[in-house]
Design a binder for this molecule. Structure first.
Ligand SMILES: [Zn+2]
Length: 383
């Protein structure tokens, strides 16, 4: 049943425009991951792809109690345990209540700018399968001049699924508590740039999955025990990371995230510093953690060694799963590695493929160096 359901969702988007460019296996994986609907708490469609990919690599799969996926392959049984994590959920909405005339009122799952909510298409994840909803907008013809530049509040936002009554909405399989995902097709742009929804954090999942595949296919020797973790419910408070880290029991952690690109009109370097095409990013400050400095320095050293430019990002107003690894047990060295992304938490974000490929490469190169001695040195505060 679930399989059919996801098949139907995927088929529905297959006609998306690709500017005549062809997809390689990596872009095809990104397309499948980004088009899958997975608001916080409703990660099923994403989890199915992640599990399939990990199983295809011959990794052992476990789940935590919140639905996070942990995949292990013993790269080096006696090596340190490294938790590499990315989250499966995306920002979305939840059905709050259905009006008598068949409109859906909503609550937010994760942080949205109110201005991003109206005039969009959404996928309501009802029990009878996905239903398209439109967040309607009042026409300009009836909007007083004084209100034309105003943003609607969440309370004024509603979804129209084409129904004429609450009974019709319920007959579509929609009930209060159902998840709602943005609807937006993967599109290739010039300069190796890809537009899609949910790069936060499907791009992190793709980094993990492609890195794991390259390690296997290229026979790359990793002196550590890597636990690949795809978490749930990051956008509403790092919840799947908090539970999965207990199962992973890591010595050291790497969070892979969508970074905040600040290279478009209206952004300033005092807000964020990454730019597309500048290479992977690394957070030196966010509102959830300050990374272990020896570990972040190791990333800079390795990047320089292999000829990759690593972009530092220092900003607040951004939290990530790494914080839960960092504060696990008595504390663990952790960093947040990112792929620069424009227009996060909206219907369409943009990444650049070269940044993605370099993030995968840097992750692999760091993992190659994480033997017992190096991890011990990173966590050593005596000197
Ligand atoms: Zn994220």
């Amino acid at each position: 049943m679930r399989h059919m359901w996801i098949f139907a969702v995927t088929m529905g988007f297959l006609a998306s425009p690709l500017s005549g460019q062809s997809l390689d296996a990596t872009a095809a994986l990104m397309r499948a991951l980004t088009e899958a609907p997975g608001p916080s708490g409703f990660e099923e469609a994403v989890r199915e792809i992640v599990v399939r990919e990990f199983e295809d690599l011959g990794l052992d799969i476990r789940f935590d109690g919140l639905g996070s996926v942990l995949a292990t392959g013993t790269y080096s049984a006696r090596g340190p345990r490294v938790m590499v994590t990315a989250h499966m959920d995306e920002v979305g909405l939840m059905v709050q209540h259905i009006t008598p005339d068949g409109f859906i009122r909503v609550k937010m799952l994760g942080g949205w700018l109110r201005q991003a909510l109206p005039d969009q298409r959404w996928t309501v994840l009802g029990r009878a399968g996905p239903v398209t909803g439109i967040s309607g907008i009042r026409t300009i013809h009836v909007t007083p001049g004084s209100q034309r530049d105003q943003v609607w509040s969440l309370e004024e936002t509603f979804l129209d699924v084409g129904a004429t009554s609450a009974a019709e909405v319920e007959a579509m399989g929609i009930r209060p508590g159902d998840g709602i995902a943005p609807q937006s097709a993967f599109v290739m742009l010039p300069n190796g740039r890809y537009a899609a929804k949910a790069w936060d954090d499907r791009v992190g999942l793709a980094v993990m999955l492609i890195a794991a595949r390259r390690i296997r296919d290229e026979g790359i020797r990793i002196p550590a025990n890597v636990v690949w973790v795809a978490t749930t419910q990051e956008e509403i408070g790092l919840r799947g990371a908090q539970t999965s880290v207990v199962l992973a029991d890591p010595d050291i952690g790497i969070s892979i995230e969508a970074g905040v690109a600040a290279d478009f009109p209206g952004m300033r370097p005092t807000q964020a510093q990454e730019r597309l095409g500048g290479g992977p990013g690394i957070f030196l400050l966010d509102s959830s953690m300050i990374p272990n400095r020896k570990f972040s320095n190791l990333f800079f050293d390795v990047a320089e060694e292999v000829g990759i430019t690593l972009q530092p990002d220092v900003l607040t107003g951004y939290g990530e799963d790494g914080a839960e690894i960092q504060r696990f047990d008595t504390g663990r060295p952790t960093v947040n590695l990112t792929v620069p992304t424009r227009y996060l938490h909206a219907h369409t974000g943009v990444i650049q493929r070269s940044d993605f490929d370099e993030t995968v490469e840097l992750l692999i190169q760091v993992l190659r160096r994480l033997d017992r001695e190096t991890v011990g040195e990173v966590g050593n505060f005596r000197e």
